[in-house]
Design a protein around this ligand. Structure first.
Ligand code: ASP
Length: 298
């Protein structure tokens, strides 16, 4: 089994990952962790795009389950000598890993690689495609906080067009019964996902999820003056005041403070779940690695 898209998961598997994620979250807060269920397995991380949270949390998740973890040094690899991604995959496959976690700038790259690999492949973000483990950790964080997802009003705001996080969350949170609203600058909105103003989207929302402008994926610079994005499309104190009284703020990171969100809102002690999302990321990735390697462990 691979995890390339939210669509690869059954409802029962989603429920297992969320339940187990919450359990691992509590487990990770213990002073010593000695679970060894992935003992004897080798997990390879191959990140062809930058990452802090996703890469480190996959490394920590695999380590906490007792696996041997190898992270490919892409900048020092034969990719730089002209080797194709497919040939790199054949090389990795020959080393018999038990799971491959891959991030790549090309949408669909993990899918192409999964046809070559004999082990489970996890998509850790592919271009503007999907980022399924981010959506799973977002769902787990929301459910842990509110005790439910169904019926919550969730506003997802910013560069929707280039966001693999938005795409995976549209599938997952929609399936779990959330009332989703997508909003961003017209040039960064896929028409099928709606539109409207950020003020209308945030009004009464229980969750406000802000996204970074993916400037590395823009063909033309947005041409926005300093402060313009925040005042037109970002999360300000004044806008957040219109959200539901119990509203929380989320962001997959990395944050561009003062661009899509005012810094103090990102740090808000009661309302911001951004650091909680990172903590849940390790826990949910433990649940994902456990599920995907279960058949290999007999
Ligand atoms: N870290 C997330 C991703 O890799 C979001 C972002 O980069 O803005 O998609």
């Amino acid at each position: 089994m691979h995890l390339l898209s939210i669509e690869d998961l059954s409802d029962a598997q989603i429920a297992t990952i969320l339940d187990e994620g919450e359990r691992w979250f509590a487990y990770n807060r213990q002073p010593r962790r000695n679970d060894r269920r992935l003992d004897g397995l080798t997990i390879v991380n191959a990140f062809f795009e930058n990452s802090t949270r996703t890469l480190l949390s996959f490394e920590i998740a695999a380590n906490r389950l007792g696996a041997q973890v190898v992270t490919m040094q892409v900048a020092h690899s034969s990719i730089k000598k002209g080797e194709t991604l497919e040939d790199t995959a054949r090389t990795l496959n020959a080393m018999r890993p038990d799971a491959l976690v891959i991030r790549h700038a090309k949408s669909g790259a993990p899918h192409d690689i999964s046809a070559i690999m004999d082990c489970p492949v996890v998509n850790a973000g592919d271009g503007i495609g999907e980022h399924p483990t981010q959506a799973l950790l977002d769902a787990a964080t929301i459910r842990q906080h509110f005790g439910r997802i169904g019926g919550l009003k969730i506003a997802i705001c910013g560069d929707i067009k280039h966001s693999r996080v938005a795409r995976s969350n549209a599938k997952l949170l929609g399936r779990l019964g959330a009332d989703l609203r997508f909003v961003g600058p017209p040039s960064l909105m896929p028409p099928e996902l709606g539109g409207g103003s950020i003020d209308a989207a945030v009004d009464g929302a229980n969750v406000v999820m802000m996204l970074r402008v993916q400037r590395e994926r823009l063909e033309d610079d947005l041409g926005d003056a300093p402060g313009e994005f925040l005042s037109r499309y970002g999360l300000t104190e004044a806008r957040f005041a219109k959200a539901a009284p119990d509203a929380v703020i989320m962001h997959p990171g990395p944050i561009n403070r003062g661009v899509e969100i005012e810094g103090p809102l990102a740090d808000h002690a009661e309302r911001s779940l951004i650091v909680r999302q990172v903590e849940m990321g390790v826990a949910v990735r433990m649940a994902v690695l456990d599920l995907l390697t279960a058949t290999r462990r007999g």
